[in-house]
Design a protein around this ligand. Structure first.
Ligand SMILES: [Ca+2]
Length: 373
């Protein structure tokens, strides 16, 4: 699939446009990508996949709203702007800056949680880099430089979320692939948008498996537990892609090689090799043929395009613990029936994926021509 010719790609675009002309039922899904963006880890990969799908007429990205998480906000913004510019999509997919800090979770609270017995399982994202947001001088350029022709949108991400949802009632899917600070702020500022959201598809939570930041909590929902608890309790159709499934989807060296060392080298495959090659241990795919890495955020966009990528899904009432200073802060819990207490939302919890089919989708989109025509 990565060898598809340019001619075939153009034909695909024409077909896609033709298929959208018949009315709203055939219109491509409208999405907002709410992301703790990075150059070419899972958020950056999802950005590429979304842009290629938009070019093909299969979805419409209203915007990327950046939030702190993997990186502090401004570093994520730098990487999102360059990501879209690298693809030739800087004028077609706008980038909005959102919230810099979690609603109430800060480093002093995290230290209390560690003292209270939260077991560090290793990944603290932005907080691993520094404890407060970077200054402009501290921002790091992607290896191919800062964006030069792609400007950040002047509107705040929270207001963009509100306006976009109101302008497209019951049409917007949010791919929530970072901490939920932006989304919680938008819902608190304009509660009337809640029933107007078509659905939220999260990468977040560890419903019946251990966490990856603490032993109990998954990173995205741990980073801002107050926001996560607020958002998951809202009456919106919700799907969660938690660690339960991402623990079972591994990028292996043969699949890595199809992208990093495939037939067509592009600005995307070069960044993929540079970012993913060393893995998390500095040896990674380039040095260890048995190296594997879990796949996280990109599962959400496959699910959006075709829910049948999920081969096992349960329906559960999912909650997030918001207990600042306590060892279980940020833990997610799934209940088979509605427990006593606050009203929870029944959501679809993805448990298993069609991994082989997913990786064909993934490799295809990450190896298409760049810049996107
Ligand atoms: Ca993410």
């Amino acid at each position: 699939m990565q060898r598809r010719s340019f001619g075939v790609l153009v034909a695909g675009i024409a077909l896609g446009l033709g298929a959208c002309g018949g009315g709203d039922d055939d219109a491509p899904p409208k999405i907002i990508i709410d992301s703790d963006y990075n150059t070419m880890s899972d958020d950056g990969q999802l950005g590429v996949m979304a842009a290629q799908l938009q070019a093909e007429g299969k979805l419409q990205v209203l915007g990327i709203t950046v939030v702190s998480g993997n990186k502090w906000l401004d570093q994520g913004v730098v990487e999102a702007l360059k990501s879209m510019e690298r693809l030739g999509m800087g004028q077609r997919i706008p980038v909005y800056a959102g919230e810099n800090y979690a609603l109430s979770h800060d480093w002093a609270t995290i230290e209390q949680e560690l003292a209270a017995g939260a077991v560090n399982d290793g990944y603290y994202g932005a907080w691993s880099v520094q404890k407060t947001a970077p200054t402009a001088a501290e921002l790091v350029a992607p290896s191919d430089g800062f964006a030069t022709n792609t400007a950040l949108q002047p509107q705040h991400a929270v207001d963009f979320l509100i306006d976009s949802i109101k302008a497209n009632p019951r049409e917007v899917t949010i791919l929530a692939i970072g901490p939920l600070t932006n989304i919680a702020k938008a819902m608190r500022k304009a509660p009337e948008i809640v029933p107007l959201i078509k659905q939220i598809i999260y990468m977040g939570g560890a419903v019946h498996v251990p966490g990856n930041t603490t032993k109990l909590a998954e990173f995205n929902w741990w980073f801002d537990p107050e926001a996560a608890q607020y958002v998951v309790r809202q009456p919106v159709p919700q799907v969660v892609v938690p660690l339960d499934v991402t623990d079972t989807v591994q990028l292996t060296t043969p699949i890595y090689n199809r992208i990093a060392h495939g037939a067509r080298e592009t600005a995307v495959t070069k960044q993929f090799k540079k970012v993913m090659g060393p893995g998390f241990n500095g040896v990674g795919f380039e040095g260890d043929p048995n190296y594997e890495l879990d796949v996280w955020d990109t599962l959400t966009i496959a699910y959006l395009i075709d829910p049948a990528y999920a081969t096992e899904v349960s329906e559960e009432y999912v909650d997030v613990v918001n207990a600042p200073g306590q060892a279980n802060n940020g833990q997610s819990i799934g209940y088979a029936t509605q427990p006593a207490g606050p009203t929870l939302q029944k959501m679809k919890v993805v448990k298993k994926f069609d991994n082989a089919r997913f990786f064909e989708f993934y490799v295809d989109l990450l190896t298409r021509p760049v810049p996107i025509p």
